[in-house]
Design a binder for this molecule. Structure first.
Ligand code: 3HC
Ligand code: NAI
Length: 696
């Protein structure tokens, strides 16, 4: 018998303990161990079997690392059915997270007990899949179709109490899973309880499955697996159990072969790999309990909120008492939102706003903080003045960080007497909501300062990505490139609205023009004016947006930009003035507009994104392709089911992407300069994922 399942006898009860750290994933050894364990319990004449997990959890699901490889027997659905078919009384004792195949195993046992903190769910949709080990057939038999569909299509976890109310488990008890499990089995045996196979329960009542399918597909913004879950549950209602299981398997296998499954599993592992840097192995972060924030505008107040919500004390410094009051108002507004959503209690709110937060206009109040994050105006001279003052007052070893979007961290660091302590911590707006943090490492930044940047990210619940210094770091540099490509397409004949539509159909949360309206058109206007004197004459920069800005139209905040926003509505309608302005500009430039298909829009936009991303990796600004993928996923609304731009590029075929870029370069060889790394990978027949693997 495999060591992944440890067999033990306690009187008439056989105990099967899962021992496959860290999360008792149901890999081949575990599946074999379960089958062998049940068979042995039967052959030894026991009366019942208890299944539980050693360590932090009951089974957390199938072993995701096995996906994409040839499946090995025994398959998980067969293991589930074997457990349920046993003549012995089989019971699960659950703790930690019983997820996916883990919950499916539990549903195949005849009774389920869980500790109060146990959580369970069927999160397969987050991997581009559906439950594929009888979960779509068993869960609705216990909870009814609607609840089962809600659990499966959202992939959300439920707690033990809700699971009990829904009939997913039979009892909650405090204690060690083994002890509560053994006591429960004994009680069941004493009471003469009989087997209770869920698969033999009557089929659940059907609902209007076509309507549910359409609604789920629409909600998934292009993601297909939740809609597949609807069809699998439909089979539970319409087919006998065994045929329903076969239908589930068929749908599961179909999804296993899709790019969406590959993309989402890439995202799952990359999300975990992104914070693991070989250079930080064995490097201890500095201690972190009090944080200073300079500037309490949009970003500073968001950063302060994020720190407070994660248990850090914050001293926020503003220029004047009035500005400090305004910053307090913004932070209290943010925390009020958390209170309203039930994320914090009133007592916690009071503590955070009184004890944990203090506002000041005096640099000396920063003498004790461990880390300062500067979020003042985006102006190098202002930043240098701030850092000179921080250098004078902060204690030795305090980390001095800048939230700058574009400015050179090396230059900022060089203006202090302690460049080793200086780093970029680039948050995204709103900083207490957005998951991404770019940790920008300058030439002199000390390794333990980098490690502290990552430790802060973890404390704040962010996905932290290491970035090198360049204009815009990873994300904003790539954004500039694909945004420019969109601008070119407008000059050549597409409308901003067609482009936004094509890209939301691809899966982006918003198109680039709707994003620009949200961020404020004045920012881009200021940048264009700043760069105009030094601009290369070959650069194509449309000026029609300047006309909008000159008229005081800055996007959502003024009610008008590319779109017109009615009061109280977040989504806008196309602004007819924009079309006129574009036509006037094309006429002035002597451009004859041509038609673009949505497919061409996506191909060009993605080619621009991939090409710049390949330059970012090639130059070492991002260490690995997966770092770019996670930046775009968590900071720029890239659809998770497409994995990230470089994973998507791999799936398209890098030769195809490069061929596109070369074809576009025939029209504009200034903008479309193929990335050397992309050319190299194509020449060698390798992929971006090969680079990820080499770096692991
Ligand atoms: N298979 C393989 N490895 C897994 C895994 C799984 N199902 N779940 C977690 N791991 C690995 C992680 O990659 C990580 O590895 P690393 O240390 O090398 O980076 C390690 O286990 C620890 O994971 P986390 O860092 O995520 O630990 P947390 O404590 O933060 O979270 C968890 C634990 C809630 C279990 C989380 O890991 C999780 O959500 N896992 C995925 C659960 C899941 O999706 N299950 C369904 C699988 S699909 C399925 O079952 C199909 C079936 O229907 C046929
Ligand atoms: P903002 O204009 O909303 O806020 C700046 C704040 O800094 C103001 O409240 C101002 O009073 C204060 N301030 C200016 N000089 C100061 C000084 N010397 N000492 C103390 N306080 C001072 O600006 P925003 O948008 O918050 O941006 C701040 C920084 O964050 C900039 O570097 C920007 O590039 C960066 N950033 C902005 C993002 C955004 O989406 N707005 C996203 C990521 C980074």
């Amino acid at each position: 018998m495999s060591e992944a399942i440890v067999y033990e006898r306690v009187g008439d009860i056989a105990v099967l303990k899962a021992n496959n750290p860290p999360v008792n994933a149901l890999g081949l050894a575990v599946r074999t161990g379960l089958i062998d364990g049940i068979a042995r319990a039967e052959s030894e004449g026991t009366k019942a079997v208890l299944i539980y997990g050693e360590g932090r959890t009951y089974f957390a699901g199938a072993d995701i690392r096995e996906f994409g490889k040839p499946p090995a027997e025994p398959f998980l659905p067969d293991v589930c059915n074997r457990i349920e078919a046993s003549p012995l009384l089989v019971v699960s004792a659950m703790h930690g997270t019983a997820l996916g195949g883990g919950l499916e195993i539990a549903l195949s046992t005849h009774y389920r007990i869980a500790v109060p903190s146990a959580r369970m769910g069927l999160p397969e949709v987050h991997l581009g899949l559906i439950p594929g080990a009888t979960g779509t057939q068993r869960l609705p038999r216990l909870t009814g179709v609607e609840k089962a569909l809600e659990i499966m299509t959202t992939g959300r976890q439920i707690g033990a109490k809700q699971a009990l109310d829904l009939g997913v488990i039979d009892r909650i008890a405090d204690g060690e899973p083994r002890e509560i499990g053994l006591a429960y089995v004994q009680e069941l045996l004493d009471a003469g309880a009989t087997r209770r196979p869920v698969g033999e329960m009557p089929a659940p009542e059907p609902i209007d499955f076509d309507a549910a399918y359409d609604a789920t597909l629409a909600k998934g913004r292009g993601q297909i697996s939740p809609a597949y879950a609807v069809r699998a549950v439909q089979a539970a209602c319409e087919l006998p159990f065994a045929q329903g299981v076969a239908r589930e398997r068929e749908l599961f296998r179909e999804l296993m072969g899709t790019d969406q499954r590959q993309g989402m599993i890439h995202a799952f592992f990359s999300e975990r790999a992104v914070g693991k840097l070989p250079e930080l192995k064995g490097v201890e972060p500095r201690s972190l309990s009090a944080v200073g924030v300079i500037g309490g505008g949009t970003m500073g107040s968001g950063i302060a909120t994020a720190c407070l919500l994660s248990g850090l004390n914050v001293v926020l410094l503003e220029m004047t008492a009035e500005a400090a009051d305004a910053a307090r108002g913004r932070i209290e507004g943010n925390l009020g939102g958390a209170l309203k959503r039930g994320k914090i209690s009133q007592t916690r709110f009071d503590e955070l706003t009184s004890k944990a937060l203090s506002l000041s206009t005096d640099y000396h109040s920063l003498g004790d903080v461990d880390l300062v994050i500067e979020a003042v105006f985006e102006d190098m001279d202002v930043k240098k003045q701030v850092f000179a003052q921080l250098d004078a007052v902060c204690k030795p070893g305090a980390i001095l960080a800048s939230n700058t979007s574009y400015l050179d961290i090396n230059e900022i660091a060089a203006s202090t007497s302690r460049p080793g302590d200086v780093i970029g911590l680039h948050f995204f707006s709103p900083a207490h909501v957005m998951k991404l943090l770019e940790v920008v490492v300058a030439d002199a930044t000390a390794p333990d300062v980098v490690a502290t940047g990552f430790a802060l990210g973890k404390t704040l619940g962010k996905i932290s990505v290491r970035a090198g210094v360049c204009d815009g770091f990873i994300g904003n540099r790539i954004l500039k490139s694909y945004r420019t490509c969109a601008d070119h397409m407008v000059l050549d004949g597409a409308t901003p609205y067609q482009i936004d539509k094509a890209l939301t159909a691809f899966g982006f949360a918003m198109g680039p023009f709707a994003v620009a309206d949200l961020a404020g058109l004045d920012i881009g206007w200021a940048t264009r004016k700043r760069l105009a004197p030094t601009r290369d004459p070959r650069e194509r920069v449309p000026t029609y947006t300047d006309r909008l800005c000159e008229g005081g139209n800055f996007g959502q905040k003024t009610g008008k930009g590319y779109y017109v926003y009615e009061a109280g509505k977040r989504a806008g309608v196309p602004n007819p003035e924009v079309t006129d302005l574009i036509e006037a500009e094309r006429a002035e430039l002597g451009l004859t507009p041509r038609a673009f298909t949505d497919e061409e829009i996506v191909r060009r936009y993605m080619a621009a994104m991939i090409n710049e991303a390949a330059k970012v990796v090639g130059e070492g600004i991002a260490r690995r392709p997966l770092d770019v993928d996670m930046t775009l996923l968590f900071g720029y609304g890239f659809p998770r089911y497409n994995g990230g731009p470089l994973k998507w590029a791999d799936m398209q075929g890098l030769d195809k992407v490069l061929a596109d870029i070369r074809a576009y370069a025939a029209e504009d060889d200034y903008f479309w300069q193929p990335a050397p790394l992309l050319e190299k990978l194509v020449a060698e027949g390798r992929t971006f994922d090969d680079l990820n693997k080499e770096a692991a």
